[in-house]
Design a protein around this ligand. Structure first.
Ligand SMILES: [Zn+2]
Length: 87
């Protein structure tokens, strides 16, 4: 592993990957606002998922991601996450 790279764990496959190959989903604790790949000014609890169709699909199975984020299932958020994959 390179020293200057940030590694995080995917919540779906539990593999440690470099930050650039993951989707970061951050929830602001006080406002509850969710941001995908936020800039460094947005603070909160972050969750990471691989930038892969498989992990994104599995993250939505049985509402796994929403449980982790303590959210009700949110179709708009799902679409935003899927949109990251298409980039
Ligand atoms: Zn994964």
């Amino acid at each position: 592993m390179l020293e200057n790279e940030i590694y995080r764990k995917c919540i779906v496959c539990n593999k440690i990957k470099s930050r650039s190959s993951l989707i970061k989903i951050t929830r602001n604790k006080s406002t509850g606002e969710i941001k995908i790949n936020p800039d460094s000014k947005f603070f909160g609890r972050s969750t990471y998922i691989c930038k892969s169709e498989e992990c994104v699909n599995n993250a939505f199975k049985k509402g796994k991601l929403f449980k982790i984020l303590h959210l009700a299932p949110d179709e708009i958020l799902k679409e935003k996450i899927r949109a990251v994959l298409e980039k």
